[in-house]
Structures are given as structure tokens and as C-alpha cells.
Design a protein around this ligand. Sequence first.
Ligand code: GRF
Length: 195
Amino acid sequence: MSDVKPSVVILISGRGSNMKSIVEARNNGELDIEIAAVISNRPDAAGLDYADEQGITTCVIDHKTFDSRESFDEALAEQIDSYTPNLVVLAGFMRILTTEFVEHFSQRLINIHPSLLPKFKGLHTHQRAIEAGETEHGASVHLVTPELDDGPVILQARVPVLSDDTEASLAARVLVQEHQLYPAAIKKLIDNQLI
Ligand code: GRF
């Protein structure tokens, strides 16, 4: 194992609870990584305060100040590149990314999606799982490819869907698993020397 820790940049848009789970895994020694920066596309993302408190470099690139998706993604890629990360982690980052951006970070860009991919790509996954009568649901960490929620799965976590579940109760059950899953998936990449 090399002495240099893999460097990670985490992208968020809001609450940042998955980002927090990765920071906690670093803090407790489960993940031997350096967190180079947490970047948000929204100035009001709650997760930024937590990252600041943890002494992590934070940065806002507000997508509303750009006139096109391409120009935002270019600025975002440039900012990420300035940290020279081994891995870019999308943690509740609510932006569709251009093919150019995804290809620029090919093989080192990962996302967490709240469904058992390839089921329920896109939004409202929990409600759709309930409506489809699924008995099992969960979350997936996957490599990002240009097609939305489509890249190879690295690791999944499964939960039961209960007969009295609401969207909120199912989301909460999945989220508990997400917080174990994301650090475990990053560890898997490191252990397999993929980053
Ligand atoms: C999570 O459910 C994640 O799977 C999805 O967006 C949500 C982000 O939550 N992509 P948080 O900001 O990490 O708390």
C-alpha cells in the first residue's frame, strides 16, 4: 500500500448526509483518504457548514450564475482539477452532467443512487418502488457514465419494503443503508487498487 492517501473531492447540493458518512469513515479510520474539498452548486447547501466545521476546504460554484450547462460543467471540472483528486464523489449532487464532464473524469467519478439499479433510474425512486409492489428496495453506488444512473454498479445495499411503508419511511430505511454503503464502496475501490 502506498503512503500517499487517495485524494477525494465530494460534490453536494443539499443536506450532505452521505458526505458526512464519508467524513466520519475517514475520521474513524475506516477510510484512509484525504478529502481535498467539498464543492456545492448551491450556496445554501446545509452540508457546507458541516464540512467547514470539519476543517475541510469548501467551495461553491453556483450553477445559477452560468448561462449554460456546458459553461457550468467546465468551471466545475476546472475547480475539481485544481485539487488533482483520485476520485470524485457525487453525494446528492442534483445536476445532470454533460458527457464532456463525465468523460473527463471517466473511471474516477462515482454516484450513489437510491434504488437497486438498474431498477428505478431517475427521481422519486422510493414512491415508484412502493407503487410497483416491490418487496425489496435499496441503494447502489456506481461508476458514472454519460447515460443517467447507468454505469457499472460497485456495491448495493438492500432493505425490505414493508406493507405499511410510505415514501418517507422507505427513504429513511434506505438512507441508513446508504451511509454504510458509500464508505464501503470507496473502500472497495481502494482495496482493489482501482483509484
Ligand atoms: C440520497 O438519497 C442519495 O442517494 C441521492 O440523494 C440523496 C442525498 O442525500 N442521490 P444527502 O444530501 O447525502 O443527505
